[in-house]
Design a protein around this ligand. Structure first.
Ligand SMILES: [Fe+2]
Length: 167
């Protein structure tokens, strides 16, 4: 029997028999996915100055990652494995940009970024994860903590998969 679920990180809905392991939109772990009646949006609270700075830096990192992944996806034959993989990676990073901008209460930037950072794949995720762990450790706001926890989980999932598949 199907139910309507919502990711409490990105707010995207999902219909299925049960909640997915990871949010298909932002990669948040299952613990953040609830039935619609238990949904509480993440982007409702004020941030400290440091949190605002950290979330802004996150926007920049994610815009660059999304742009790079989109570039790799477009550079590969349509519907090939690389094309599909990098399309999904880009989509998740774009979702992260959207959530971060909602937390900041700002409009989303254009998805441009440094498309030429060719060999950056592994480093992008790894560098971002190191930063997000730092941001999580110094976050005070519960919603900001949840956001970084979800991001770390998502980036780790990308690393696990791409390291296995792209050796
Ligand atoms: Fe999500």
């Amino acid at each position: 029997m199907s139910d309507l679920f919502v990711c409490n990180i990105c707010g995207e809905p999902y219909i299925g028999g049960e909640a997915p392991d990871d949010c298909p939109f932002c990669g948040a772990p299952r613990k953040f996915i609830t039935r619609i009646d238990e949904f509480s949006p993440l982007w409702t609270s004020d941030l400290t100055e440091q949190e605002e700075k950290d979330v802004k830096e996150t926007v920049e990192l994610e815009v660059n990652a999304a742009a790079y992944y989109k570039y790799v996806s477009d550079s590969n034959e349509k519907y090939s494995k690389m094309n599909r993989l990098f399309k999904q990676l880009a989509r998740v990073e774009e979702e992260h940009v959207e959530v971060a901008c909602k937390l900041l209460g700002i409009d989303e930037p254009e998805m441009k970024g440094e498309r030429s950072r060719g060999s950056a794949k592994k480093d992008l995720e790894r560098d971002a994860t190191v930063k997000y762990k730092k941001f999580l450790a110094r976050a005070e706001n519960e919603n900001v903590k949840k956001f970084f926890e979800a991001l770390i989980h998502a980036e780790q999932g990308h690393l696990d998969y791409t390291e296995k598949e792209l050796k």
